[in-house]
Design a protein around this ligand. Structure first.
Ligand SMILES: *[C@@H]1O[C@H](CO)[C@@H](O)[C@H](O)[C@H]1NC(C)=O
Ligand SMILES: *[C@@H]1O[C@H](CO)[C@@H](O)[C@H](O)[C@H]1NC(C)=O
Ligand SMILES: *[C@@H]1O[C@H](CO)[C@@H](O)[C@H](O)[C@H]1NC(C)=O
Ligand SMILES: *[C@@H]1O[C@H](CO)[C@@H](O)[C@H](O)[C@H]1NC(C)=O
Ligand SMILES: *[C@@H]1O[C@H](CO)[C@@H](O)[C@H](O)[C@H]1NC(C)=O
Length: 458
């Protein structure tokens, strides 16, 4: 048995490290074993620690999958391999890609067992170009969200002024200062305390829109806006005090100190009477949804140059440009700093959407398992310079949001065919474009997207 193992290992190493490949070798060498092997694999779902596999340790064969369905898939792919024993290069590559994507998945889940099975250390897994380092990022974000003596804000706007909406730097800085008074205990500080909209007819877009209106009121009345209960954060993913709060997803709109003080003040009747604190009930919904926007910054929307192409004509002016400008600023403020939790959700989502492509890129640069045996040492300056890079996504990518459903009561909804006609127009100009990020609430839109084979949909 020992010599057989050695023989198998050698053959397997020559053929490559992929698991199906080794099975294939075993198959060639001991035909009949195979049937029982498969049965064993099928019955011991989840773990592949079968005696028959001991040979594989030396060539680090491992099992990328830990769910039952995957194992079944895998067995069927082994089956396929057995029929066509001279494996194609690309198939071997497929296994590596799958393995790497699941290594990344398990890294996100912090599943050490998985890596142990692969006999790998965390640091051996190649850098995922589509991940953000959430731990580092959230440390930086928290520091940026803290007032430091004499520091001018914001230090966090990326891109030049001409790459942002007019006055973004100054407006973001001043909203931040407004929401973070130097001394919240000062009795002259006034508050607007409001829950997020919770009616079930509101999606989160509507909830955010309403909050941008409340922020406008707060600034116009020189109040600190304190947002309270947020129903979409009322779940187990949001731990501790972030449960039921915007701060589960983004750093909160005001400081902890102001928040505490606002809630203390709101418990006092006189504070309501004297107007130190107000709530949603003090404002009509007309004012919340469509009231005047802050006038502190003039009319920057007047020098915005719209570049919206709608069905063949260039739109040079929008209605309510002032409101759009304000909403953009307010949304940016509310969502400026992701929490570590949100960062993790985004990493997981990017791995689902782009993991395969990212793995293909990494693998095309060489066998990652061999390469990573060499210790990689990064210098501080590399870490520093590279830390600002945004996570990789496939580019160019066209974002298409096909809105249907209940939106029909507000506007004429367009079918996907119309969007795709527009997409093709853009492609005429930018022929390298072939990817679409499709967001929609209608399954039929997703189904229909399959008719557009010359586009790759995400
Ligand atoms: C993992 O890292 C530790 C310490 O860096 C090292 O001692 C160990 O041999 C490594 N294990 C593997 C499988 O590379
Ligand atoms: C902040 O500015 C004031 C006056 O401009 C100065 O006296 C003080 O030393 C500065 N503090 C720091 C930490 O730079
Ligand atoms: C409170 O703020 C006002 C206005 O900013 C200021 O004039 C006053 O001195 C502050 N009071 C205290 C006790 O700091
Ligand atoms: C806000 O509404 C409360 C009652 O809900 C009322 O007592 C208070 O006077 C109102 N404040 C203002 C400034 O209108
Ligand atoms: C866009 O233009 C086409 C042809 O000119 C027309 O049939 C269609 O109704 C237009 N769609 C919209 C949304 O205006």
């Amino acid at each position: 048995m020992k010599s057989l193992n050695r023989l198998v290992s050698e053959k397997a190493l020559k053929l490559g490290n992929s698991f199906p490949c080794q099975i294939c070798v075993v198959g060639i060498l001991c035909g009949i074993c195979l049937t029982s092997l498969f049965l064993a694999a099928l019955t011991s779902l989840g773990t592949f620690e079968l005696a028959a596999f001991s040979f594989s340790a030396s060539s680090s064969a491992f099992l990328p999958y830990n769910s039952n369905s995957h194992i079944i898939n895998m067995v069927s792919s082994i089956d396929r391999k057995l029929k066509w024993t001279n494996k194609a290069e690309t198939e071997d590559n497929d296994d590596q890609v799958k393995l790497l994507v699941s290594a990344w998945d398990n890294l996100l889940l912090n599943n050490e067992d998985f890596l142990k099975k692969l006999e790998m250390n965390k640091s051996d897994v190649p850098n995922a170009p589509h991940f953000e380092n959430c731990e580092v990022k959230s440390r930086v974000r928290e520091r940026l969200d803290t007032r430091i003596a004499n520091q001018t804000f914001p230090t966090w706007i990326s891109g030049g002024d001409e790459e942002n909406y007019p006055l973004t730097r100054i407006v973001q800085s001043e909203i931040w200062s407004h929401q973070h008074p130097l001394d919240c205990e000062n009795e002259t500080v006034k508050f607007l305390v409001a829950d997020w909209e919770t009616l079930s007819i509101y999606g989160y877009g509507a909830q955010i829109t309403a909050m941008t209106g409340l922020l406008a009121i707060a600034i116009n009345e020189n109040r600190v806006l304190v947002a309270n209960y947020y129903n979409r954060a009322d779940h187990d993913g949001c731990k501790g005090s972030s449960r039921g709060s915007w701060s589960c997803y983004f750093l909160p709109e005001t400081s902890e100190e102001c928040r505490k003080r606002a809630f203390a003040v709101a418990r006092k009747r006189e504070a309501w009477k004297s107007g130190i604190v107000t709530g949603k009930q003090n404002y009509s919904s007309k004012v919340i949804w469509g009231g005047p926007i802050p006038k502190l910054w003039g009319k920057p929307w007047n020098y915005m140059k719209p570049t919206t192409d709608i069905n063949g004509s260039l739109i040079s002016r929008h209605r309510k440009m002032d409101r759009r400008w304000w909403r953009a600023q307010a949304v940016r403020y509310l969502m400026i700093f992701q929490t570590e939790y949100t960062c993790g959700l985004m990493n997981a989502a990017r791995n689902t959407a782009f993991g395969k492509e990212a793995a293909e890129i990494v693998i095309s640069a060489g066998d990652w398992r061999k390469k990573n045996k060499k210790k990689k040492i990064r210098t501080e300056i590399e870490e520093q310079v590279w830390s600002n890079h945004k996570p990789w996504i496939p580019r160019p990518m066209l974002s298409v949001h096909v809105r249907m459903g209940d939106k029909a009561c507000e506007m004429r909804v367009a079918a996907i065919e119309e969007y795709m006609r527009l997409a093709d127009r853009i492609k005429d100009r930018f022929p390298e474009l072939n990817k679409i990020w499709l967001s929609t609430e209608m399954k039929e839109v997703v189904d229909k997207s399959k008719d557009y084979g010359h586009w790759r949909f995400y």
